[in-house]
Design a protein around this ligand. Structure first.
Ligand code: AMP
Length: 129
């Protein structure tokens, strides 16, 4: 069965898209640790990050870096943190999270954002891509 992220790639499930290439997609996390929390995924559906072939893994890191640089310019924060978990969705994803404190990387405190907040965040990040 297709993962929820494959359904986002196909357009079956809506998302707040930040960037897309033939092989990768970046979109906002729907339950963000902080405003600007973004997920970068390979379109190829693979469960665990270190099971990716080396080229896809390295290209995912390069894609995530570009998105992270844009997030850091668009969202006030001390830096953008990166985390890979995957316990909830079995489709490789890199979390890019604007950080102001250790709390922001702990996946416990969540930011509550309106649809307008999400749309404004997409616009702000895309302006730097
Ligand atoms: P994990 O697999 O533990 O790394 O976490 C999966 C992440 O995907 C969580 O932060 C969720 O909030 C996020 N997520 C789950 N479903 C969606 C969705 N439909 N759109 C955007 N983010 C999602």
């Amino acid at each position: 069965m297709a993962s929820i992220f494959s359904k986002i790639i196909s357009g079956e499930i809506p998302s707040y898209k930040i960037a897309e290439t033939d092989d990768f997609l970046a979109f906002l996390d729907i339950n963000p640790n902080a405003k600007g929390h973004t997920l970068c995924i390979p379109k190829k559906e693979v469960n665990k990050i270190f099971d990716l072939d080396e080229t896809t893994y390295l290209n995912l890191m390069a894609f995530s870096r570009k998105v992270a640089i844009a997030i850091e310019k668009a969202i006030p924060c001390k830096r953008v943190g990166m985390s890979v978990v995957g316990l909830e969705v079995p489709h490789v994803h890199v979390h890019l999270i604007p950080l102001n404190s250790m709390e922001d990387i702990r996946f416990l405190n969540k930011a509550s954002l309106t649809p307008e907040d999400f749309q404004d965040t997409v616009k702000a990040i895309k302006a730097y891509l």
